[in-house]
Design a protein around this ligand. Structure first.
Ligand SMILES: Nc1ncnc2c1ncn2[C@@H]1O[C@H](COP(=O)(O)OP(=O)(O)OP(=O)(O)O)[C@@H](O)[C@H]1O
Length: 511
């Protein structure tokens, strides 16, 4: 399988670890080179005017003095000293984050720590829990005390990418890499049309000195950095208070919140870089046709009435991830499995394929399992870039992704296969292969997943669940929603019985 998989989709989790924690490094990241004025969308003349201004001179001379006084400091010391320097000059919102440990910050950057973060904080000069949410970041500065290296570009580019991929509607972000004598601007852009991130670095040919470029960077406005405050305003206008951070997906952060308007309503808020209208629509349509007592997640109408409201979605219940004990119950309790599957079937009934069925997209609430995250859902015969996870994708999908990176069509059966693969990955006899698949995702070696499934499915060909999987793979393109439902329910009901002749049942269906 080619590396194209990692470009068109964001690998997702296997069991509990978040998909996006897998890797923020893109192998062989390629950069376009542009002049400073192109990166900043300014003319040479505008840049010239800026650097002639009194404010620029004042800041530039201050940084120069700072540099000469502190050039012998160690890297971790210089961050802190530079923070002090900036705060004294009213740059209150740039923080030394070398050792910042807040959970959201740690999750956002996958345990790595940018040197300095330029945030939009509501609480003055202190970083607090929620000001390290991705959509509060304006930029990142990486401070080095040695010559800049290629790996430094990659490091800052991955920080900027993390912010960009979780910032609703944000098109680009500009960061700064400096050792004071040399400064480089890096721009990361999101091209929604081709679902790809692009990297731009500043051309080394420039008349400006490192200190001038750094001063110029610090003088940039929010808009020039790609930051848009309008989105944040919705949250403050609606007086939404964040109570708990619940987790993140590959394009969203999720919080338990309280609305401080008339009624103190509590709800789950997902803030996504992607438009959530489709996900909202699907959940609402499913709720219209669901049976009375069926467990199903619901959206809440918070009247966000704003352009940016499309990047927000609210849910009625706050679940928890399936823990070890519950996963065991999930495996043993046939009725629980059927209830969970029925939510996927309902999604099919309204004409959508969930396309990201995995344990990480199941939450537990009052002893029931709820399927979440309908954001990757697609309609059959509608080619699109695959956004689901790879660890539970059907072999059919894995094969196609291995040979091209174009849009692909999915089938309802793909969800059935993913559902059974979720169970398979938890089975004791499959654990060796579960580890291989998990490692393949972590190491970005997604090409190993398909052969692992193919090999293990031959090895365990007598297991009932594998017999169904083989049948579903063979008939992936032709099974109707109802046939698929019957097969899955039949398999779940009979999966644990030894004298079960699934072949006969499946052959009957084939006829
Ligand atoms: N209702 C909820 N209750 C508790 N936690 C939730 C809820 N909804 C989402 N979460 C948490 O937030 C995480 C991200 O949510 P979700 O999977 O919907 O985001 P996403 O960005 O669309 O994900 P994906 O990576 O699949 O594209 C979930 O894995 C889960 O941990």
């Amino acid at each position: 399988m080619s590396s194209s998989i990692s470009q068109t989709s964001i690998p997702s989790e296997i069991i509990t670890t978040s998909s996006s924690s897998v890797s923020h490094t893109v192998p062989n990241r390629s950069y376009m080179c542009k002049f400073i004025h192109e990166i900043l969308s300014l003319t040479d003349h505008e840049i010239e005017r800026l650097i002639q201004s009194d404010n620029f001179h004042l800041l530039h001379d201050g940084i120069q003095k700072f540099y000469y006084e502190n050039k012998n400091l160690k890297e971790n010391e210089i961050n802190h000293t530079f923070e002090d320097f900036l705060h004294k000059r009213d740059f209150n919102y740039i923080h030394d984050t070398c050792s910042y440990n807040n959970k959201i910050f740690v999750d956002l950057f996958s345990n790595l720590k940018p040197d300095m973060s330029w945030n939009c904080t509501t609480t003055g000069s202190q970083l607090n829990d929620y000001s390290s949410c991705p959509f509060f970041f304006k930029s990142i500065i990486e401070l080095k005390t040695r010559k800049l290296k290629t790996k430094d570009y990659d490091q800052i580019a991955s920080y900027l990418t993390s912010i960009l991929r979780y910032s609703p509607g944000r098109k680009f972000i500009i960061g700064c890499l400096t050792n004071f004598e040399e400064t480089m601007l890096i721009m990361v852009l999101y091209d929604d049309t081709i679902n790809q991130i692009k990297y731009i670095k500043q051309a080394t040919v420039t008349q400006l000195t490192g200190l001038q470029i750094l001063t110029l960077f610090l003088s940039l406005s929010d808009t020039q950095l790609g930051y848009n405050e309008k989105f944040i305003n919705i949250l403050s206008n609606k007086k939404i208070v964040f109570l708990h951070y619940l987790g993140r997906g590959s394009s969203s952060f999720v919080f338990y919140c309280e609305s401080q308007q008339e009624q103190l309503i509590k709800f789950v808020l997902k803030i996504s870089r992607q438009n959530c209208t489709k996900e909202k629509f699907i959940i609402e349509e499913m709720n219209k046709i669901k049976r009375k007592n069926m467990n199903l997640i619901q959206c809440m109408d918070m009247n966000f009435d704003d352009d940016y409201a499309d990047y927000l979605i609210t849910f009625n219940l706050r679940g928890v991830k399936l823990d070890k004990l519950f996963m065991q119950r999930f495996l043993d309790d046939t009725q629980l499995l059927i209830n969970t599957w029925q939510q996927v079937h309902l999604c099919h009934k309204i004409g959508y394929i969930h396309s990201d069925i995995r344990i990480g997209n199941m939450i537990m609430y009052e002893n029931m399992v709820y399927i979440i995250d309908y954001s990757s859902a697609v309609q059959p015969k509608t080619p699109s870039y695959y956004q689901g996870c790879l660890s539970t994708a059907s072999n059919g999908i894995l094969k196609i992704l291995g040979s091209n990176s174009e849009k692909i069509s999915l089938y309802y059966t793909d969800d059935g296969i993913s559902f059974l693969k979720c169970i398979l990955l938890l089975k004791p006899y499959f654990q060796h292969y579960t580890s291989i698949i998990k490692k393949a995702i972590e190491d970005n070696m997604t090409c190993d997943i398909l052969p692992t499934y193919e090999y293990a499915m031959k090895l365990f060909k007598d297991k009932n669940i594998i017999k169904t999987l083989v049948f579903l793979e063979e008939n992936r393109e032709i099974l109707s929603v109802d046939d698929l439902n019957n097969i899955i329910i039949h398999t779940l009901k009979n999966e644990k019985t030894d004298d079960y002749h699934i072949d006969e049942y499946l052959q009957k269906l084939k006829l």
